[in-house]
Design a protein around this ligand. Structure first.
Ligand SMILES: [Zn+2]
Ligand SMILES: [Zn+2]
Length: 159
């Protein structure tokens, strides 16, 4: 498992790759959390390994920037072919990149993202029916965060 998270203590973007799925996770600054056994239910990850939040959404572990890059490359290369009067090649290139994009998307695994702290759990065991992103749940966490910021006396961030 790989977890990409923002450390709750030092605030740095950090990555943790625990020895076993249930082993402790931690940051270079010394923060660590060792509640792995409780984070799994029936072998699937059911809680955020960073903050213990039970709401996680499932999404493709596929960086959107990479998908955009393929689309852009396809367009650039096919317009080169088009300008050299090779319409069949231009079309082939476009279709090739679209196919590559689709294949990658299909074969990349899923990851689980925490609604509360946004930690990303990659290469983890998960329930096949784990729900995808839900706007209502996200909104609930957003408001909770705002309330706790107000309580802490700091201004809510404008986003
Ligand atoms: Zn830290
Ligand atoms: Zn979390």
């Amino acid at each position: 498992m790989h977890i990409i998270f923002q450390c709750p203590v030092c605030g740095r973007q950090s990555m943790s790759a625990p020895q076993s799925p249930q082993a402790a996770v931690g940051c270079e600054c010394g923060w660590s959390r060792n509640e792995g056994a409780g984070d799994f239910a029936g072998g699937s990850l059911s809680r955020c390994r960073i903050c213990g939040c039970e709401d996680l959404w499932r999404q493709k572990d596929f960086p959107p920037a990479l998908g955009l890059f393929f689309v852009a490359m396809g367009i650039i290369l096919s317009s080169v072919a088009w300008s050299k009067h090779e319409p069949a090649l231009a079309l082939g290139i476009l279709m090739g990149f679209a196919l590559l994009d689709m294949l990658l998307y299909t074969f990349m695994g899923d990851m689980l993202v925490c609604y509360r702290c946004r930690a990303r759990h990659r290469k983890t065991a998960m329930d096949d029916h784990h729900p995808k992103f839900d706007l209502e749940v996200a909104e609930r966490y957003r408001q909770q965060e705002r309330r706790s910021q107000e309580k802490a006396g700091s201004q809510p961030s404008e986003r």
